[in-house]
Ligand binder design. Sequence first.
Ligand code: HEC
Ligand code: HEC
Length: 300
Amino acid sequence: MADFVSGFWNMYVMVLVGLSLLFCLFILMSNNKRETGPVELHGHVWDETLQEWNNPLPRWWLYLFWITVIFSLVYLAIYPGFGNVKGALNWSSVGQYEAEMQKADAMYGPKFAKFQSMDLAAVAADPEAQGMGQRLFLTYCAQCHGSDARGAKGFPNLANQDWQWGGDPETIKATIAGGRMGVMTPFGAALGAEGVKDVANYVRSLSGLAHDSLRAQRGADLFQQNCVACHGADAKGMAALGAPNLTDNVWLYGSSEAVITETITNGRMNRMPGFGDFLGEAKVHLLAAYVYGLSNQPAK
Ligand code: HEC
Ligand code: HEC
């Protein structure tokens, strides 16, 4: 259990703790003088007129120090702290954590188990499950996807009908459990600056954005040669690769010619971390239902 491979550091801590306690006691004893004669001046002067008397420490003040020494002895007797001595209570932070986890499992386990055995769409329609899912989402997902799940540049909006990797309940669950890695290869070198500009104009034309139609025409050919393998011949994307639909008005990075040019020139690499091992099946199930429910509100 101990983190140290030899007993040396335990001894080292024990000696240090013992010596510091002894030193405290020594200081206390050596200052434990009662008023004997008349109070005298030490002879030190600061700031022109400030002088120091040799009054003994007030008793209550001294007792406070005694109490701290006694407290530390009692503390070391019942809690760990004195080298590898465990203390009378046998307390450990791991033990406390495990006890709390057990308590929480006993309290919430049955609820998680109930939802886990239900179909995702049914869980998504359950207000209590959505509440639990939202709390999990705020804890584990909001830092990237936003507390309203509407995402940010590079972090997809999860509250709309547009999906990179697929929006059916089981696919959402697989995304959360296993994570995803979206990779778009760079085309700057292959197409050259002009080619990239042409194809960027074509991409903008797909969703009806302002574009240079001559460039877009040339770009259409380049798109067929270079991009359809991932984005599909109709440019509507391919869920298996996480390649987004380029014909709609939902953008992961941005729709301006500059941003699209940047995407095509340098490529993109984007990772959604997997949560399956970390959160476990029951929580991933609730989260998947929550995310699915965001864009699939059941009719009331
Ligand atoms: C470290 C940041 C980060 C965290 C934390 C994170 N995500 Fe993601 N998530 C991403 C990124 C980035 C993507 C896009 C991946 C890509 O482009 O292929 C993504 C994609 C997704 C997708 C796929 C969206 C689609 O359109 O197919 C879902 C669903 C999702 N995340 C859910 C969650 C849930 C639920 C959590 C909390 C358990 C979570 N994410 C936590 C960064 C994060
Ligand atoms: C290897 C597969 C692949 C190829 C080839 C590919 N893409 Fe992509 N593309 C992707 C993926 C995957 C993403 C999403 C990246 C992410 O998850 O962050 C993407 C993202 C994009 C985006 C960003 C969309 C947004 O919502 O911001 C644009 C624009 C784009 N691609 C255009 C193109 C063009 C134009 C070509 C051809 C020159 C091309 N892609 C070739 C896979 C590919």
